[in-house]
Write a protein of this length. Structure first.
Length: 385
């Protein structure tokens, strides 16, 4: 019996499990390894923070999904992978051997090496830790202990999280209304989106009295102070009671010792078949991997699109239809990232901004469109029968 080990319950892997449930493959033992039973859908996380959704509405329960796929779910952290031995080591010291492995473990926040970040900043990933910290922040706000909040990260994720927190904490019962700071090391916000979307978001932030710190590179975080260096190499200090870290993606540290081919940023180097360049029996998708020669952002939108291709290629690899794991992938399906992806950026309330290529539009109707798209995605993994 062949063994398929699926590391992580990410956006691509939930589709892999659904596809294996739709078309069971005999003679294969499937093991899903995930530290959490519930996978947070990133597109709905700001809505959860803002109070528009419940936990259940924006999380996929991996237990029934694994059962549907005929897989066993191990609630554990993958701590190491030995590609030469085809073994995964878990946090309890046990090992899993595999014939084929698939990795979709996401990323970790960038710049954790900055002094004080690990001690004082709240990273948005892993989501479980962030949501626990968010509960604490809400309690501090109700107790009047939250006067200033900073969010580091000027991309869509940072802006959405800040506005979602502000919306949720806009309660008349608060003795002190927190001030909000948005910190980015780039000259402009939403640098990967349409100029019209940036303009609308800038107006939105100004109307909500959010202070924007542009081209400010954070150099240190202390208990009550965020310290950075501006474009003129001058030190800037921002007094804060909490800082949330929503910067770019970095690779999980354990990949560096896996023996897999990695790119310059230590992400798994894969070909257009989502297959490791160095080990053809290993596949990867989502933020933890990079397709050589393809330029696209680390975004859940792309991981979702990779899911069906990954599922089919894993099936073919298990059936021996990939040239024996040589990496050439001649019998495998190719994944081509779309040139433009529709981005729907929420603004706290039930309102959103759309960005697609050079086009942008906004309104309450955009939020309703986003909600319909998100709900349709989630329903695929709830209504398994």
């Amino acid at each position: 019996m062949k063994k398929l080990v699926i590391l992580g319950g990410g956006h691509a892997h939930v589709e892999v499990l659904r596809q294996f449930g739709l078309r069971r493959l005999d003679g294969v033992q499937i093991t899903l390894v995930s530290p959490d039973r519930h996978m947070a859908y990133s597109g709905m996380l700001p809505g959860l923070v803002a109070g528009h959704y419940t936990f259940e509405q924006c999380h996929i329960d991996l237990q029934p999904l694994a059962q549907y796929a005929g897989a066993r779910l191990l609630l554990a952290h993958a701590r190491a992978l030995d590609a030469a031995r085809r073994v995964v080591r878990l946090d309890d010291g046990s090992e899993l051997d595999y014939d084929v492995a698939s990795i979709d473990v996401g990323s970790v926040p960038l710049a954790q090496e900055i002094a004080g970040v690990a001690d004082y900043a709240i990273p948005v990933k892993p989501v479980r830790g962030f949501l626990a910290a968010w509960d604490t922040l809400q309690a501090r706000a109700l107790a009047g202990e939250l006067r200033a909040v900073a969010v580091v990260g000027g991309g869509a994720g940072g802006v959405e999280v800040l506005l979602a927190m502000q919306h949720r904490l806009a309660q008349p019962t608060l003795r002190i209304v927190p001030q909000y700071h948005l910190v980015t090391d780039t000259p402009q916000l939403l640098s990967q989106h349409a100029s019209g979307a940036r303009t609308v978001m800038e107006r939105n932030l100004a109307r909500k009295h959010v202070t924007i710190h542009r081209a400010l590179r954070v150099t240190r975080v202390e208990a009550k102070v965020l310290i950075g260096c501006d474009a003129h190499q001058r030190e800037q200090r921002i007094n804060i009671d909490a800082v949330v870290w929503v910067t770019g993606a970095a690779a999980p540290a354990w990949l560096a010792c896996s023996g897999l081919a990695l790119d310059s940023k230590k992400f798994i180097n894969i070909n257009k078949y989502l297959q490791s360049y160095s080990h053809g029996e290993v596949f990867a998708a989502g933020d933890c991997a990079t397709i050589e020669g393809a330029a696209y952002p680390k975004s859940g939108v792309y991981a979702v699109r990779q899911g069906p291709v990954l599922a089919e290629n894993l099936r073919r690899a298990l059936l021996g239809e990939d040239n024996g794991g040589s990496g050439s992938g001649s019998a495998l399906l190719a994944y081509t990232p779309q040139k433009n992806a529709l981005a729907l950026i929420s603004t706290g309330e039930r309102h959103a901004i759309a960005s697609w290529g050079a086009l942008s539009f906004h309104g309450n109707w955009v939020w309703r469109l986003k909600d319909r798209i998100d709900q349709a995605f989630m329903n695929k993994y709830r209504n398994l029968n």
